[in-house]
Design a protein around this ligand. Structure first.
Ligand code: UD1
Ligand code: UDP
Length: 366
């Protein structure tokens, strides 16, 4: 029996890794689940374990509100003892938790499995892009969502251990949407009708931490709400909430047509996405989920590591300029939504578990 450690820490890691963790749990190996504590509020963390039926972590730490370098350092230090005798460390995505897990495993001479390997925005000013590149360079098993991601890795001379397996965002969505529909009615709660609102999320450091960009996006939201006679429903990330207060932008959020609410659970989010007229976001996960649910998206960034969504037309880049956002919203409201989801059929978790099992058997750890 081999020992596997999976390290997670933020909202998207919990959601996308739930199907993967469950599939690896079904293998005949010891599987240790570690939570770095990077996200810690109930609505950024606990609710997702509950809704997605994910077991409690075997180890959970607190790195509340530490600056990024200390999030990484503290995770490496605290998780070190736990992974000292494992045969494989698995991480997902591009967060500080991801990077910490990969560095730790690498320094201990352990193989790293990276879920969602090879996606690239080609913008190294984003902390996530640097985290992804470094993690991929340290990984032995690279689970890429698409052929594009695999090609990105080849460009960086990573040719071994790459497997195109789809994205487990599809698994999570398929496994949960029916239950979400049975258990929650966010439209009723927010007094909205299907397609009567634009769904917005915004939290990327380059947007939330920049007062001019944040101001510009928030102003454009109230403008497009008025132009289209829709409500803007905006579950606000704690980072953005803090910056709005710090930069004195609350009055913009108080404008007519803007409904700013606390972050919502995954079940609510799936229903809100499915019924939105349009999604406007800088989230990676929402770009993918909009695409899977056949709801058009406007990405509030200058680039994306999800270029597949641009090619099929379900998503456009609008940056943070108010005029560009208005034009993009108008365009996306008119498109046909009959594209093909490029992220797989919801079997990513199973595929990863099978590959992990084979890898461990080949190394003689199983
Ligand atoms: C992190 C990831 C980002 C991911 C996002 C998912 C990095 C570099 N960034 O960004 O890739 O898209 O998570 O949401 O790892 N906060 C709370 N409560 C929480 C969590 C955060 O109040 O439960 C506040 C804190 O003030 C914290 C700030 O948000 O300092 C930023 O959190 P952090 O985890 O550092 O970065 P995110 O912006 O969430
Ligand atoms: N999400 C959620 N509630 C929210 C906002 C997002 O459940 O209020 C989910 C969303 O459905 C997706 C994931 O969180 O699965 C995306 O996380 P986030 O936008 O924080 O990170 P990113 O994907 O940008 O890394």
């Amino acid at each position: 029996m081999a020992r596997i450690a999976t390290i997670i820490g933020t909202r998207p890691e919990i959601i996308k890794m739930a199907p993967v963790v469950k599939a690896i749990d079904r293998l005949d190996h010891k599987h240790i689940l570690v939570h770095s504590g990077q996200h810690y509020d109930l609505m950024m963390d606990g609710i997702f374990f509950k809704e997605l039926g994910l077991r409690d972590p075997d180890y959970k730490f607190e790195i509340k509100d530490l600056p990024p370098h200390r999030q990484v350092a503290s995770t490496i230090e605290r998780v070190g003892e736990i992974v000292r005798d494992v045969d494989l460390v698995i991480v997902q995505g591009d967060t500080n938790t991801t990077l910490a897990g990969a560095i730790l495993a690498n320094k201990l001479g352990k193989p790293v499995g990276h879920v969602e390997a090879g996606i690239r925005s080609y913008d190294k000013t984003m902390p996530e892009e640097v985290n992804r590149i470094l993690t991929d360079q340290m990984s032995t098993m690279l689970f890429s969502p698409t052929a594009t991601a695999k090609r990105n890795l080849q460009r960086e001379n990573i040719n071994k251990g790459v497997h195109v397996v789809g994205n487990s965002v599809v698994d999570a969505l398929i496994q949960n949407i029916k239950t979400a529909e049975e258990r929650t009615s966010p439209l009723k709660r927010f007094g909205a009708d299907s397609r009567s609102y634009f769904l917005v999320t915004l939290h990327r450091a380059e947007n939330a931490d920049n007062p001019e960009k944040l101001r510009s996006v928030l102003l454009s939201l109230s403008k497009i709400a008025q132009q289209h006679g829709k409500t803007v429903l905006f579950p606000i990330h704690p980072r953005t909430r803090k910056r709005v207060e710090e930069f004195g932008l609350q009055h913009i959020l108080d404008a007519k047509g803007l409904e700013v609410v606390n972050p919502v659970g995954y079940f609510d989010m799936l229903i809100l996405e499915k019924n939105a007229a349009l999604i406007l976001t800088d989230s990676g996960g929402l770009q993918e989920e909009g695409c899977i649910l056949h709801v058009p998206c406007v990405t509030l960034r200058e680039n994306t590591e999800r270029p597949e969504t641009l090619s099929i037309g379900c998503n456009v880049l609008a940056g943070t300029d108010a005029k560009r956002i208005e034009v993009a919203a108008r365009r996306q409201l008119k498109i046909s939504t009959k594209w093909r989801n490029p992220y797989g059929n919801g079997t990513t978790g199973e595929k990863i578990a099978t590959l992990v099992s084979r890898f461990l058997a080949r190394r003689g750890s199983a």
